[in-house]
Write a protein of this length. Structure first.
Lengths: 114, 111
């Protein structure tokens, strides 16, 4: 496997469920990110991890909980979500945390909250 | 005012046309400028990266940055149906973790 891999590709969950999104990067990068992409809106940065340490939490509601057990893996734990949380959730990695040279993105998880 | 403005389109062109995609921005501190291409059901893919002002060419793609006008462009020469995608501009300052994205322009290249 190469690049950034996200699972699952699609997820439908009820507002009382708990689920997790998984991301794995095979690039040897030092930083990983979660982004939210809603229709016709710019990408919104959610969380930044650099060398497994969270360095940015962009005012994200506590119903989203990230976890970075090592530099290759990133999770996003979801609980008691709202319908407005339905979106494409993208994981990305970069060589360094400021991402001055851009990101490598995964294909995303399409989340629908019902 | 949004930090980055990008016309959502859609932009429809015939195969072989020259395509011009543009973004304007308000923050004069932006120094790093990027263009991403996003196909349907895929994540964005980095196409071009430019630091500060000037032009950069890569095959059929040319990125231009005009910092005096706060305006960036991506030109696609000899456009192909495979170029049909959403194109996102992105930019950031030196320091900090945040990259600011445009909302994307949807491009259709008709055979």
């Amino acid at each position: 496997e190469t690049g950034v891999t996200q699972t699952p590709r699609h997820l439908v969950m009820g507002m009382t469920n708990k689920k997790s999104l998984k991301c794995e990067q095979h690039l040897g990068h030092n930083a990983m990110y979660w982004y939210k992409q809603s229709a016709k809106k710019p990408l919104e940065l959610m969380f930044v991890y650099s060398l497994e340490e969270r360095v940015e939490n962009n005012s994200v509601p506590s119903r989203f909980s990230p976890e970075c057990p090592n530099s290759s893996h990133l999770f996003l734990h979801l609980h008691t979500l709202q319908p407005e949380d339905s979106a494409l959730y993208l994981c990305a990695s970069s060589q360094e945390s400021q991402a001055l040279y851009g990101y490598t993105f995964g294909s995303g998880t399409r989340l629908t909250v019902v | 005012q949004k930090e980055v403005e990008q016309d959502p389109g859609p932009l429809s062109v015939p195969e072989g046309a020259i395509v011009s995609l543009n973004c304007t921005y308000s923050n004069s501190a932006f120094q790093y400028f990027m263009w991403y291409r996003q196909y349907s059901r895929k994540g964005p893919e980095l196409l071009m990266y430019t630091y500060s002002s000037g032009n950069k060419e890569d095959g059929r793609f040319t990125a231009q940055v005009d910092k005096s006008s706060k305006y960036i462009s991506l030109f696609i020469r000899d456009s192909q149906p495979s170029d049909s995608a959403t194109y996102l501009c992105a930019m950031k300052t030196t320091g900090g973790f945040k990259t600011i994205f445009g909302a994307g322009t949807r491009l259709f290249v008709k055979a």
